[in-house]
Design a protein. Structure first.
Ligand code: LMR
Length: 399
Protein backbone atom coordinates (compact mmCIF):
# COMPACT_ATOMS: atom_id res chain seq x y z
CA UNK A 1 0.00 0.00 0.00
CA UNK A 2 2.44 2.64 1.18
CA UNK A 3 5.05 2.17 -1.58
CA UNK A 4 2.50 3.36 -4.13
CA UNK A 5 2.26 6.82 -2.54
CA UNK A 6 3.96 9.96 -3.73
CA UNK A 7 5.23 12.62 -1.36
CA UNK A 8 2.54 15.14 -0.31
CA UNK A 9 3.44 18.84 -0.18
CA UNK A 10 4.34 20.41 3.18
CA UNK A 11 1.76 22.65 4.85
CA UNK A 12 2.23 26.23 3.54
CA UNK A 13 2.24 27.65 7.08
CA UNK A 14 3.22 24.94 9.60
CA UNK A 15 5.69 23.48 7.07
CA UNK A 16 7.64 26.75 7.36
CA UNK A 17 8.16 26.13 11.10
CA UNK A 18 9.66 22.71 10.33
CA UNK A 19 12.02 24.26 7.76
CA UNK A 20 12.85 27.12 10.15
CA UNK A 21 13.71 24.74 12.99
CA UNK A 22 16.16 22.91 10.71
CA UNK A 23 17.87 26.14 9.53
CA UNK A 24 21.31 26.60 11.19
CA UNK A 25 21.56 30.38 10.42
CA UNK A 26 21.79 32.20 13.81
CA UNK A 27 20.06 35.27 12.28
CA UNK A 28 17.02 33.31 11.10
CA UNK A 29 13.59 34.87 11.66
CA UNK A 30 10.28 33.00 11.55
CA UNK A 31 7.51 35.33 10.40
CA UNK A 32 5.41 32.43 9.11
CA UNK A 33 3.01 30.84 11.56
CA UNK A 34 0.69 33.13 13.54
CA UNK A 35 2.27 32.76 16.96
CA UNK A 36 2.81 35.76 19.22
CA UNK A 37 6.33 36.57 20.38
CA UNK A 38 7.28 39.14 22.98
CA UNK A 39 10.23 41.45 22.39
CA UNK A 40 12.56 38.77 23.81
CA UNK A 41 11.36 36.31 21.19
CA UNK A 42 9.40 34.17 23.66
CA UNK A 43 5.82 32.92 23.55
CA UNK A 44 5.23 32.92 27.31
CA UNK A 45 2.40 31.30 29.26
CA UNK A 46 0.03 34.07 30.41
CA UNK A 47 0.15 34.85 34.16
CA UNK A 48 -3.64 34.48 34.34
CA UNK A 49 -3.30 31.03 32.74
CA UNK A 50 -0.59 29.92 35.20
CA UNK A 51 -2.73 30.99 38.17
CA UNK A 52 -5.74 29.19 36.74
CA UNK A 53 -3.65 26.04 36.22
CA UNK A 54 -2.46 26.13 39.84
CA UNK A 55 -6.07 26.31 40.99
CA UNK A 56 -7.14 23.52 38.65
CA UNK A 57 -4.34 21.28 39.95
CA UNK A 58 -5.61 21.79 43.51
CA UNK A 59 -9.25 20.95 42.85
CA UNK A 60 -9.12 18.50 39.95
CA UNK A 61 -10.11 15.03 41.17
CA UNK A 62 -10.80 13.07 37.97
CA UNK A 63 -9.69 12.67 34.39
CA UNK A 64 -13.05 11.24 33.37
CA UNK A 65 -14.35 12.05 29.87
CA UNK A 66 -16.07 15.34 29.25
CA UNK A 67 -19.44 15.07 27.51
CA UNK A 68 -19.41 15.19 23.70
CA UNK A 69 -20.15 18.94 23.69
CA UNK A 70 -17.55 19.67 26.39
CA UNK A 71 -17.65 21.56 29.66
CA UNK A 72 -20.98 23.47 30.01
CA UNK A 73 -19.32 26.17 32.18
CA UNK A 74 -16.87 26.76 29.36
CA UNK A 75 -19.63 26.91 26.73
CA UNK A 76 -21.51 29.53 28.78
CA UNK A 77 -18.35 31.59 29.26
CA UNK A 78 -17.67 31.49 25.51
CA UNK A 79 -21.17 32.72 24.70
CA UNK A 80 -20.82 35.58 27.16
CA UNK A 81 -17.45 36.56 25.72
CA UNK A 82 -18.82 36.49 22.17
CA UNK A 83 -22.12 38.30 22.68
CA UNK A 84 -22.18 39.81 26.21
CA UNK A 85 -23.97 38.19 29.18
CA UNK A 86 -27.41 39.72 28.64
CA UNK A 87 -27.64 39.47 24.86
CA UNK A 88 -31.03 38.42 23.52
CA UNK A 89 -29.36 35.48 21.74
CA UNK A 90 -28.35 34.06 25.11
CA UNK A 91 -31.54 34.92 27.01
CA UNK A 92 -33.73 33.28 24.36
CA UNK A 93 -31.51 30.14 24.49
CA UNK A 94 -31.46 29.97 20.70
CA UNK A 95 -27.76 29.34 20.62
CA UNK A 96 -25.63 26.24 21.20
CA UNK A 97 -21.91 26.16 21.91
CA UNK A 98 -19.75 23.06 21.70
CA UNK A 99 -16.16 22.87 22.82
CA UNK A 100 -13.74 21.96 20.02
CA UNK A 101 -10.02 21.24 19.63
CA UNK A 102 -8.99 24.74 18.54
CA UNK A 103 -10.67 27.00 16.03
CA UNK A 104 -9.68 24.58 13.27
CA UNK A 105 -11.63 21.83 15.05
CA UNK A 106 -14.64 24.15 15.14
CA UNK A 107 -14.35 24.82 11.41
CA UNK A 108 -14.15 21.12 10.63
CA UNK A 109 -17.21 20.31 12.77
CA UNK A 110 -19.07 23.12 10.97
CA UNK A 111 -17.85 21.71 7.64
CA UNK A 112 -19.11 18.21 8.48
CA UNK A 113 -22.44 19.68 9.62
CA UNK A 114 -22.90 21.63 6.37
CA UNK A 115 -21.76 18.82 4.09
CA UNK A 116 -23.87 16.09 5.73
CA UNK A 117 -27.04 18.06 6.42
CA UNK A 118 -27.03 20.71 3.68
CA UNK A 119 -25.21 19.03 0.76
CA UNK A 120 -26.50 21.63 -1.71
CA UNK A 121 -24.99 24.54 0.21
CA UNK A 122 -21.82 26.14 -1.14
CA UNK A 123 -19.33 27.79 1.19
CA UNK A 124 -17.98 31.17 0.10
CA UNK A 125 -14.45 32.12 1.18
CA UNK A 126 -12.77 35.50 0.88
CA UNK A 127 -10.06 35.76 -1.75
CA UNK A 128 -7.50 35.60 -0.21
CA UNK A 129 -8.15 33.67 2.98
CA UNK A 130 -6.27 31.53 5.51
CA UNK A 131 -4.47 28.84 3.48
CA UNK A 132 -6.09 26.09 5.55
CA UNK A 133 -9.71 27.24 5.05
CA UNK A 134 -10.27 25.64 1.63
CA UNK A 135 -8.49 22.47 2.74
CA UNK A 136 -10.57 22.00 5.89
CA UNK A 137 -13.87 22.44 4.06
CA UNK A 138 -12.72 20.44 1.08
CA UNK A 139 -11.80 17.58 3.43
CA UNK A 140 -15.34 17.80 4.83
CA UNK A 141 -16.77 17.65 1.30
CA UNK A 142 -18.22 21.17 1.20
CA UNK A 143 -18.30 22.83 -2.27
CA UNK A 144 -16.32 26.08 -2.21
CA UNK A 145 -16.49 29.37 -4.10
CA UNK A 146 -14.73 32.64 -3.41
CA UNK A 147 -15.71 36.29 -3.14
CA UNK A 148 -13.28 39.18 -3.80
CA UNK A 149 -11.91 40.87 -0.71
CA UNK A 150 -8.68 42.74 -1.20
CA UNK A 151 -7.27 45.24 -3.65
CA UNK A 152 -3.58 44.37 -3.56
CA UNK A 153 -2.62 47.35 -5.75
CA UNK A 154 -4.11 49.94 -3.42
CA UNK A 155 -3.71 47.78 -0.28
CA UNK A 156 -7.29 48.35 0.81
CA UNK A 157 -10.42 46.27 1.17
CA UNK A 158 -12.11 45.91 -2.22
CA UNK A 159 -15.43 46.65 -0.60
CA UNK A 160 -17.40 47.43 -3.75
CA UNK A 161 -16.47 44.08 -5.31
CA UNK A 162 -17.11 42.29 -2.01
CA UNK A 163 -20.65 43.64 -1.65
CA UNK A 164 -21.41 43.01 -5.31
CA UNK A 165 -20.34 39.37 -4.94
CA UNK A 166 -22.25 38.85 -1.68
CA UNK A 167 -25.32 40.22 -3.43
CA UNK A 168 -25.16 37.23 -5.79
CA UNK A 169 -24.89 34.54 -3.08
CA UNK A 170 -27.93 32.23 -3.21
CA UNK A 171 -30.19 31.79 -0.19
CA UNK A 172 -29.03 28.99 2.09
CA UNK A 173 -25.35 29.16 1.12
CA UNK A 174 -22.78 29.81 3.82
CA UNK A 175 -20.36 32.76 3.72
CA UNK A 176 -17.23 32.67 5.85
CA UNK A 177 -16.42 36.11 7.25
CA UNK A 178 -13.37 36.84 9.38
CA UNK A 179 -14.69 38.44 12.58
CA UNK A 180 -11.60 40.64 12.96
CA UNK A 181 -7.90 40.72 12.07
CA UNK A 182 -8.48 39.20 8.64
CA UNK A 183 -6.03 36.39 7.94
CA UNK A 184 -3.95 36.93 5.80
CA UNK A 185 -4.53 40.59 4.86
CA UNK A 186 -4.95 42.27 8.27
CA UNK A 187 -7.59 44.50 6.63
CA UNK A 188 -11.08 44.48 8.19
CA UNK A 189 -14.38 46.12 7.22
CA UNK A 190 -15.16 49.37 9.06
CA UNK A 191 -18.20 49.43 11.40
CA UNK A 192 -20.21 51.09 8.59
CA UNK A 193 -19.14 48.41 6.13
CA UNK A 194 -20.22 45.71 8.61
CA UNK A 195 -23.67 47.34 8.63
CA UNK A 196 -23.78 47.02 4.85
CA UNK A 197 -22.67 43.39 5.01
CA UNK A 198 -25.39 42.71 7.59
CA UNK A 199 -27.97 44.28 5.25
CA UNK A 200 -26.90 41.90 2.48
CA UNK A 201 -27.07 38.92 4.86
CA UNK A 202 -30.66 39.89 5.59
CA UNK A 203 -31.69 40.47 2.01
CA UNK A 204 -29.93 37.42 0.48
CA UNK A 205 -30.61 35.08 3.42
CA UNK A 206 -27.27 33.34 3.38
CA UNK A 207 -25.74 32.05 6.61
CA UNK A 208 -22.61 33.75 7.95
CA UNK A 209 -19.88 31.57 9.39
CA UNK A 210 -17.78 33.95 11.45
CA UNK A 211 -14.20 32.81 11.99
CA UNK A 212 -13.24 34.65 15.16
CA UNK A 213 -9.72 33.47 15.93
CA UNK A 214 -8.12 36.77 16.91
CA UNK A 215 -10.56 38.51 19.27
CA UNK A 216 -8.68 41.16 21.25
CA UNK A 217 -5.65 41.41 18.98
CA UNK A 218 -7.05 44.17 16.74
CA UNK A 219 -8.59 47.12 18.59
CA UNK A 220 -9.88 45.51 21.82
CA UNK A 221 -11.91 42.53 23.07
CA UNK A 222 -15.18 44.43 22.66
CA UNK A 223 -14.21 46.53 19.64
CA UNK A 224 -13.19 43.40 17.73
CA UNK A 225 -16.70 42.00 18.23
CA UNK A 226 -18.26 44.83 16.21
CA UNK A 227 -18.79 42.74 13.08
CA UNK A 228 -20.20 39.77 14.98
CA UNK A 229 -22.55 42.00 16.97
CA UNK A 230 -23.76 43.80 13.86
CA UNK A 231 -24.59 40.48 12.22
CA UNK A 232 -26.24 39.20 15.43
CA UNK A 233 -28.44 42.31 15.59
CA UNK A 234 -30.15 41.26 12.35
CA UNK A 235 -31.49 38.14 14.07
CA UNK A 236 -29.92 35.93 11.40
CA UNK A 237 -28.84 32.35 11.94
CA UNK A 238 -25.09 31.84 11.97
CA UNK A 239 -22.08 29.78 12.90
CA UNK A 240 -19.22 31.20 14.97
CA UNK A 241 -15.88 29.41 15.19
CA UNK A 242 -13.65 30.91 17.86
CA UNK A 243 -10.23 30.05 19.21
CA UNK A 244 -8.23 30.70 22.36
CA UNK A 245 -4.90 29.82 20.75
CA UNK A 246 -3.88 33.42 20.25
CA UNK A 247 -5.76 35.54 22.80
CA UNK A 248 -4.98 33.10 25.65
CA UNK A 249 -1.69 31.84 24.18
CA UNK A 250 -3.12 28.30 24.49
CA UNK A 251 -1.83 27.11 21.11
CA UNK A 252 -0.89 23.57 22.12
CA UNK A 253 -3.93 23.00 24.34
CA UNK A 254 -6.17 23.03 21.24
CA UNK A 255 -9.09 24.94 22.68
CA UNK A 256 -11.83 26.62 20.70
CA UNK A 257 -15.58 26.45 20.23
CA UNK A 258 -18.29 26.22 17.62
CA UNK A 259 -21.42 28.26 18.32
CA UNK A 260 -24.62 27.86 16.32
CA UNK A 261 -27.08 30.73 16.48
CA UNK A 262 -30.49 29.39 15.45
CA UNK A 263 -33.98 30.87 15.20
CA UNK A 264 -35.34 29.56 18.52
CA UNK A 265 -34.72 27.28 21.47
CA UNK A 266 -36.22 24.17 19.81
CA UNK A 267 -34.16 24.61 16.65
CA UNK A 268 -31.07 24.99 18.83
CA UNK A 269 -31.75 21.66 20.57
CA UNK A 270 -32.25 19.86 17.25
CA UNK A 271 -29.11 21.42 15.71
CA UNK A 272 -27.15 20.38 18.77
CA UNK A 273 -28.28 16.75 18.43
CA UNK A 274 -26.66 16.69 14.97
CA UNK A 275 -23.48 18.48 16.03
CA UNK A 276 -22.99 15.85 18.72
CA UNK A 277 -22.92 13.16 16.02
CA UNK A 278 -20.35 15.10 13.98
CA UNK A 279 -18.10 15.30 17.04
CA UNK A 280 -18.61 11.72 18.24
CA UNK A 281 -17.65 10.35 14.83
CA UNK A 282 -14.60 12.59 14.59
CA UNK A 283 -12.71 12.95 17.91
CA UNK A 284 -15.42 11.58 20.25
CA UNK A 285 -15.20 14.34 22.86
CA UNK A 286 -12.82 17.20 23.53
CA UNK A 287 -9.73 17.41 25.78
CA UNK A 288 -10.36 19.11 29.13
CA UNK A 289 -7.33 21.12 30.17
CA UNK A 290 -7.75 24.12 27.86
CA UNK A 291 -11.43 24.55 28.64
CA UNK A 292 -10.74 24.39 32.41
CA UNK A 293 -8.21 27.18 32.03
CA UNK A 294 -10.45 29.42 29.92
CA UNK A 295 -13.51 28.86 32.10
CA UNK A 296 -11.51 29.47 35.30
CA UNK A 297 -10.13 32.76 33.97
CA UNK A 298 -13.33 34.06 32.38
CA UNK A 299 -15.48 33.20 35.43
CA UNK A 300 -13.21 34.92 37.98
CA UNK A 301 -13.28 38.72 38.12
CA UNK A 302 -9.63 39.13 39.16
CA UNK A 303 -8.22 36.63 36.68
CA UNK A 304 -10.42 38.07 33.97
CA UNK A 305 -9.05 41.58 34.62
CA UNK A 306 -5.50 40.21 34.52
CA UNK A 307 -6.21 38.44 31.23
CA UNK A 308 -7.71 41.61 29.70
CA UNK A 309 -4.48 43.46 30.57
CA UNK A 310 -2.33 40.70 29.07
CA UNK A 311 -4.31 40.76 25.82
CA UNK A 312 -3.93 44.55 25.73
CA UNK A 313 -0.18 44.23 26.18
CA UNK A 314 0.02 41.89 23.18
CA UNK A 315 -2.20 44.14 21.09
CA UNK A 316 -0.22 47.27 21.95
CA UNK A 317 3.07 45.58 21.11
CA UNK A 318 1.77 44.35 17.75
CA UNK A 319 0.39 47.75 16.79
CA UNK A 320 3.65 49.38 17.94
CA UNK A 321 5.69 46.96 15.81
CA UNK A 322 3.54 47.85 12.80
CA UNK A 323 4.52 51.50 13.13
CA UNK A 324 8.20 50.64 13.72
CA UNK A 325 8.24 48.44 10.63
CA UNK A 326 6.82 51.20 8.43
CA UNK A 327 9.42 53.67 9.76
CA UNK A 328 12.33 51.24 9.55
CA UNK A 329 11.57 50.33 5.91
CA UNK A 330 11.48 54.03 5.05
CA UNK A 331 14.77 54.63 6.87
CA UNK A 332 16.39 51.80 4.89
CA UNK A 333 15.55 53.66 1.69
CA UNK A 334 12.68 51.44 0.56
CA UNK A 335 10.76 53.50 -2.00
CA UNK A 336 7.52 51.51 -1.96
CA UNK A 337 4.86 52.99 0.34
CA UNK A 338 4.38 50.49 3.17
CA UNK A 339 2.29 52.83 5.34
CA UNK A 340 -0.69 50.45 4.90
CA UNK A 341 1.02 48.03 7.35
CA UNK A 342 0.18 50.43 10.20
CA UNK A 343 -3.49 50.43 9.15
CA UNK A 344 -3.80 46.63 9.15
CA UNK A 345 -4.83 44.82 12.33
CA UNK A 346 -3.99 41.58 14.09
CA UNK A 347 -0.93 39.44 13.67
CA UNK A 348 -0.63 39.55 9.92
CA UNK A 349 0.43 41.90 7.21
CA UNK A 350 -0.10 41.17 3.55
CA UNK A 351 3.21 42.73 2.56
CA UNK A 352 2.82 42.36 -1.22
CA UNK A 353 6.21 40.62 -1.54
CA UNK A 354 6.14 38.36 -4.60
CA UNK A 355 6.69 34.57 -4.37
CA UNK A 356 10.18 35.11 -5.86
CA UNK A 357 11.01 37.72 -3.23
CA UNK A 358 9.68 35.43 -0.48
CA UNK A 359 11.93 32.61 -1.79
CA UNK A 360 14.91 34.94 -1.86
CA UNK A 361 14.30 36.10 1.71
CA UNK A 362 14.25 32.50 2.84
CA UNK A 363 17.15 31.19 0.75
CA UNK A 364 19.54 34.09 1.23
CA UNK A 365 18.55 35.54 4.61
CA UNK A 366 16.74 32.71 6.46
CA UNK A 367 13.66 34.91 6.82
CA UNK A 368 10.50 32.79 6.66
CA UNK A 369 7.35 34.41 5.28
CA UNK A 370 4.15 32.78 3.94
CA UNK A 371 4.11 32.81 0.15
CA UNK A 372 0.54 34.00 -0.45
CA UNK A 373 0.78 37.78 -0.57
CA UNK A 374 4.07 37.65 1.33
CA UNK A 375 2.16 37.32 4.59
CA UNK A 376 4.30 38.48 7.51
CA UNK A 377 3.57 37.64 11.13
CA UNK A 378 4.20 41.11 12.56
CA UNK A 379 4.20 39.64 16.09
CA UNK A 380 7.47 37.84 15.28
CA UNK A 381 9.38 41.11 14.74
CA UNK A 382 11.55 42.35 17.60
CA UNK A 383 13.81 45.34 18.29
CA UNK A 384 16.69 42.89 17.98
CA UNK A 385 15.84 41.65 14.47
CA UNK A 386 14.01 44.58 12.83
CA UNK A 387 17.22 46.06 11.35
CA UNK A 388 18.31 42.76 9.79
CA UNK A 389 14.77 42.18 8.53
CA UNK A 390 14.40 45.61 6.91
CA UNK A 391 17.91 45.52 5.41
CA UNK A 392 17.08 42.15 3.87
CA UNK A 393 13.70 43.31 2.55
CA UNK A 394 15.31 46.45 1.10
CA UNK A 395 17.94 44.39 -0.71
CA UNK A 396 15.39 41.94 -2.06
CA UNK A 397 13.07 44.73 -3.25
CA UNK A 398 15.88 46.62 -4.94
CA UNK A 399 17.32 43.51 -6.62
C1 LMR B 1 -1.76 31.00 10.98
O1 LMR B 1 -2.49 31.38 10.05
O2 LMR B 1 -0.54 31.13 10.96
C2 LMR B 1 -2.40 30.42 12.20
O3 LMR B 1 -3.77 30.40 12.09
C3 LMR B 1 -1.82 29.13 12.59
C4 LMR B 1 -2.20 28.03 11.67
O4 LMR B 1 -2.67 27.01 12.18
O5 LMR B 1 -2.02 28.14 10.46
Amino acid sequence: MFETLEQAPPDPILGLTTAFNADPNPNKINLGVGVYKDDDGNTPVFKSVKTAEERILQVEDTKNYLTIDGDPGYGAAVQQLLFGADHEILLSERTVTVQTPGGTGALRVAGDFISKLFPDATLWLSDPTWANHPKVFDAAGVPIKTYPYYDSEANVLDFGALIEALNQVPEGDVVLLHGCCHNPTGMDPTPEQWEEIADVVQSRKFIPLVDFAYQGLGDGLDADGKGLHTLAATGCEMFVANSFSKNFGLYCERIGALTLVTSDKDAAAVAKSHVLIMIRTNYSNPPAHGSSIVATVLNDLELRAGWDAEVKEMRDRINGVRRKLVDALKTKGVKRDFSFIARQRGMFSFSGLTPEQVDKLREEYSIYVVKTGGRINVAGIRDENIDYLCDSIATVLNA
